[in-house]
Design a protein around this ligand. Structure first.
Ligand SMILES: NC(=O)c1ccc[n+]([C@@H]2O[C@H](COP(=O)([O-])OP(=O)(O)OC[C@H]3O[C@@H](n4cnc5c(N)ncnc54)[C@H](OP(=O)(O)O)[C@@H]3O)[C@@H](O)[C@H]2O)c1
Length: 333
């Protein structure tokens, strides 16, 4: 059996727990270290996931020789400096989505990975879900003819409570707002179906904490294809995606964490496919990282860095249409 790939977890918060749970289900992976800004939080996480090395800062984690790859799971404004810290320390990096807050930061992070010849990938976990792999097969086989229209939405109703106002979603200083949090899922899906858009039109409501609370985004493409996307943090929506082609359509409930999809074609019975997760769906992206590292690849063909950068540029354009800018971010190092 090949040597296990040793993972470090940077920023043991909400998503890191889910990722670690997924990772535990993969026999080829082990979590050897965790780094938090506060040692007690690293200890709590390490106890829960049986992690031997606990660090009370991110720098020591990045330099731990018992780690091959680091999963960066801080709020997005800190992705760049944390990922660069790890890349410069000679570690591969899986960085949570969105890759950064804007394309300038993404360019810097990607340049660092390339300069140091380290693997880097945006943790766009949706793209690696087995049912989404199946959807890509249907698209490649022409099952729905030529895709013409994508509709997708991801909106959740979060109330403005003391707790939510303290969290990252409503804080500009933590990169708050729906676009960067969940809009990125739909934009990445649109890239998967159509590639980079040639036209970008959008409208947002910027709420009282100065982040985008809901937004509609229209992406247009060379041959007239359209993606009609909606994201929100103050409005609950169905979180579905539908890809409509010249000969049929693909419907994906809960597309960002999908386990099923239905293929509907003209004059044929619909095909419903369900592929459950091994654990919680976060494990699939980790398998991709492990395979890439073992093959000596510096990026994934499924979620390439130029595509993550292009997605960031599209989101820059969308935010500029709203006049939404973030204040300078603090350092977490
Ligand atoms: N793939 C998915 O399904 C998914 C879901 C949710 C979020 N995400 C992405 O994952 C990232 C983290 O999201 P999350 O919801 O897990 O965030 P979170 O729980 O608010 O924060 C994650 C961790 O980041 C660290 N951190 C560093 N600087 C911080 C600061 N100034 N304020 C707060 N925390 C700070 C904290 O760990 P220590 O202080 O202990 O080091 C915290 O526990 C985001 O980029 C988000 O877009 C992905």
């Amino acid at each position: 059996m090949e040597k296990k790939i040793r993972w470090g977890i940077l920023g043991p918060g909400t998503i890191a727990e889910k990722f670690a749970t997924g990772l535990k289900a993969i026999p080829d992976a082990e979590i050897t270290a965790v780094g938090s800004r506060v040692l007690q939080r690293a200890n709590t996480f390490a106890d829960a996931f049986n992690v031997p090395h606990r660090h009370g800062n991110y720098v020591d984690l990045a330099h731990n020789p018992e780690v091959d790859v680091i999963y960066v799971a801080t709020p997005h404004p800190f992705h760049k400096e944390c990922a660069i810290l790890c890349l410069e320390a000679g570690k591969a990096v899986l960085c949570e989505k969105p890759l950064t807050v804007d394309s300038e930061q993404a360019e810097e992070m990607i340049a660092c990975a390339r300069e140091h010849k380290q693997f880097l990938m945006e943790a766009m976990w949706t793209r690696f879900l087995p049912i989404i792999v199946k959807v890509r097969e249907w698209l490649a086989d022409g099952a729905i003819g030529k895709p013409r229209l994508l509709t997708a939405d991801h909106g959740s109703r979060k109330d403005l409570s003391t707790e939510t106002l303290e969290g990252r979603l409503f804080k500009p200083k933590l990169g708050g707002g729906g676009l960067l949090d969940v809009g990125v899922y739909m934009i990445a899906l649109a890239y998967m179906v159509f590639g980079a858009p040639t036209k970008i039109t959008s409208l947002a409501h910027i709420g009282e904490t100065n982040v985008d609370e809901q937004a509609s985004i229209l992406l247009g493409y060379g041959a007239g294809q359209i993606a009609n996307l909606f994201c929100a943090i103050r409005t609950e929506t169905s979180k579905e995606a539908c890809i409509i082609g010249t000969k049929g359509s693909i419907h994906i409930p809960e597309f960002w964490q999908a386990t099923s999809a239905t293929l509907t074609r003209t004059a044929k019975d619909p095909i419903y496919v369900k592929i459950p997760f091994i654990e919680n769906g976060h494990e699939n992206q980790a398998v991709e990282v492990i395979n890439c590292i073992r093959e000596g690849k510096l990026e994934s063909d499924v979620m390439p860095l130029d595509e993550s950068l292009s997605i960031m540029r599209t989101m820059d354009t969308i935010r500029s249409q709203w006049g939404l800018e973030y204040p300078p971010f603090d350092s977490v190092l």
